[in-house]
Design a protein around this ligand. Sequence first.
Ligand code: 5GP
Ligand code: ZN
Length: 114
Amino acid sequence: MSDCIFCQIIRGDIASEAVYVDERCYAFRDIDPQGPVHVLVCPREHIARVSDAQPTQEDLLGHLLWVAAEIARQERISEGGYRLVINCGVHGQQAVEHLHVHLIGGRQMAWPPG
Ligand code: 5GP
Ligand code: ZN
């Protein structure tokens, strides 16, 4: 989608710091990090919300989680633990309507979320 900010980042039209790239996904550092490590893992194809994913995209959804865990190993936060978050829609406070998995780590988290 041409006017989607994350599609523009994935295309390289907007600068970002990539940490993991493959044929299905693009992962980059969040501009407003909520921890020492904060990476957004996005599918290359535009899916607005996780709730919009189709049965044919089930493998892709799994791949995003696998990539997030791989980046956590790469960033050396795997042993200490981390949080994966997918915000969805209004109640989930999703700000950017291009599916992304937040990988946040490198500090102690609190639970439950607000
Ligand atoms: P959401 O609330 O949609 O789950 O999260 C969107 C995230 O995208 C936020 O954490 C925000 O800081 C990040 N973000 C928004 N615009 C940009 C940008 O232009 N570049 C990068 N690297 N991150 C962005
Ligand atoms: Zn998009």
